[in-house]
Design a protein around this ligand. Structure first.
Ligand code: FMN
Length: 221
């Protein structure tokens, strides 16, 4: 039996497709628009570019439009799960949230966003090569990300096995770009780290990271 929620979700997607026809989509993009039902990995709106006109995604509550870009790398899916939870949190307060794999992200995507949240698996205590490659390519736009909001998350194999240094390696890159990174005073000071796949607590921290980062970007847009 088809549930009402599913029909509603399909209708929203059809409406979305009309506004952003498929030929505008770029492979590897995932769009999470405010009002979509909760995400699961197999249940995402594939495609898309950031909206062309800011007004298209006006935030009902604030009247502002903030565009959040979540870029992640993931070998076995753990960081990807975190990325989708971060997106869920961001879309509570933000009108346009895009999730992209690092190998599909471009410097233009970064330029178009108001906030950029980067997620990487912990590899040898540092960000993965795909995320580092993106940083290296971003030298082309060095100085142009200044004043945008940034944040980091990671999935590691253990606790105290390099997750914090990974977060700091990402935060370092964001700061070198002149971006604004909000710390957290009571826990997860540098960003969110999970061990393996995120559990319910980890998911909550990820959602909170997305919401908090988008809220800050909202205030600055
Ligand atoms: C090349 C490589 C290096 C890794 N280095 C670390 C490490 O230094 N510390 C750690 O805790 N886990 C390390 N791991 C484990 C991953 O961080 C962990 O499995 C993580 O959950 C993978 O996330 P993913 O599913 O998004 O790829 C490493 C894994 C790989 C493949």
């Amino acid at each position: 039996m088809v549930q009402a929620g599913v029909i509603q979700s399909v209708r929203r997607r059809e409406k979305y497709k009309r506004r952003f026809p498929l030929d505008k989509n770029r492979e590897g993009d995932v769009l999470i628009e405010k009002g979509y039902p909760p995400l699961a990995t197999g249940d995402v709106q594939v495609a898309t570019h950031l909206p062309e006109k800011r007004g298209d995604f006006m935030n009902d509550e604030t009247g502002k439009t903030t565009r959040i870009l979540i870029i992640y790398d993931s070998g076995t899916g753990n960081t990807e799960k975190m990325a989708l939870a971060v997106a869920e949190g961001a879309r509570k307060v933000t009108t346009a949230v895009i999730v992209k794999r690092a190998d599909a992200a471009t410097v233009d995507d970064m330029l178009e966003a108001d906030g950029i949240i980067l997620g990487s698996p912990t590899y040898y205590g540092l960000m993965s090569a795909n995320i580092k490659k993106l940083f290296d390519i971003s030298v082309k736009i060095h100085g142009k990300l200044s004043g945008k909001v940034g944040a980091a998350f990671t999935s590691a194999g253990g606790t105290a096995t390099g997750a914090e240094t990974t977060l700091l390696s990402i935060v370092e890159g964001l700061l070198i770009h002149g971006m604004i990174v909000q710390g957290r005073s009571d826990n997860k000071h540098y960003g969110v780290a999970c061990t393996g796949p995120p559990d319910e607590k980890g998911i909550t921290f990820c959602r909170e990271l997305g919401e908090r980062t988008a809220s800050l970007a909202n205030r600055l847009v």
